[in-house]
Design a protein around this ligand. Structure first.
Ligand SMILES: [Zn+2]
Length: 265
């Protein structure tokens, strides 16, 4: 499921290939991915226009159009991705939407399970407000003070808080596990029991894990060896203590941890 680092990879791809190019055509092989706007209106808005620049907020990608507002909104659901195709390249399976640029190259939105969304939003600010999104996890505004303020005194488990998009935007099931593993915190720890020093450390770890994942192209195989992600199987050895990785469920989500390294607070 695409989380902040995966969306950052799609953003890089879009920035490297698709900015400042005239959009000649927009086509849908399945328009259910389009939300809140008709195919006709969406196409009219984009045709002859260009993607000016992109912006990421959590798991959302917003793309400003050359004609000013509105922005195109992309959310990748469970299985969404972007692919760039040169003129003669065949579209991959599960292509749902294709932006064709003058010259014939295309940007394709792929989504097998069709839980992703494409839409139109007035501005990044109004979008974040309407969706009730917390600060972008890698945003400058998400400094240690803000992180501590947001989490202190919250009820419930730390993993649930990290995954709550209205608290912090961008972290999902897999990176929540990674961050808590790297910070040696048990995912079921009560947030109220984490003191300020622990939260400060968790903030540093969150930034480091997400930045590392973005640098490595969100590819689990390329992550450092002491990361949990390449070892997400019950019974594999913890890369740190060689103990056994365990799988539990936290709020219904499969959660991996090392019970020896991650103590419950
Ligand atoms: Zn361990």
């Amino acid at each position: 499921m695409p989380e902040l680092p995966d969306v950052a990879v799609y953003r890089k791809l879009l920035d490297a290939t698709s900015l400042q190019r005239t959009i000649e055509q927009v086509s849908f092989s399945d328009s259910r991915i389009l939300r809140g706007v008709s195919v006709r209106k969406f196409s009219d808005l984009l045709k002859g226009n260009r993607f000016e620049r992109s912006l990421q907020h959590g798991k959302n990608l917003l793309v400003e159009l050359s004609g000013g507002s509105p922005h195109v909104w992309l959310h990748f659901g469970m299985t969404g991705a972007l692919h760039y195709l040169e003129k003669h390249e065949k579209e991959p399976a599960y292509t749902r939407c294709v932006f064709t640029f003058s010259g014939g190259d295309r940007l394709a939105v792929i989504d097998q399970r069709l839980l992703g969304k494409i839409g139109v939003v007035e501005s990044p600010e109004s979008f974040s407000r309407e969706k009730g999104l917390g600060p972008h996890a890698l945003g400058e505004e998400m400094n240690a003070e803000r992180f501590i303020r947001i989490l202190s005194g919250r009820k419930g488990m730390i993993k649930t808080a990290l995954m709550n998009q209205s608290v912090i935007a961008g972290i999902g099931n897999i990176y929540a596990d990674e961050i808590l593993y790297q910070a040696s915190i048990h995912p079921e720890s009560d947030v109220r029991r984490l003191d300020e020093a622990t939260l400060r450390d968790l903030h540093t770890v969150m930034k480091r894990v997400l930045r590392t994942a973005v640098e490595k192209g969100a590819d689990a195989e390329k992550l450092p060896r002491d990361f949990l992600m390449p070892n997400r199987r019950a019974g594999t050895k913890c890369p740190r203590c060689r103990g056994s990785i365990e799988k539990i469920r936290v709020h219904g989500r499969g959660t991996y941890l090392c019970p020896r390294c991650q103590k419950r607070e």
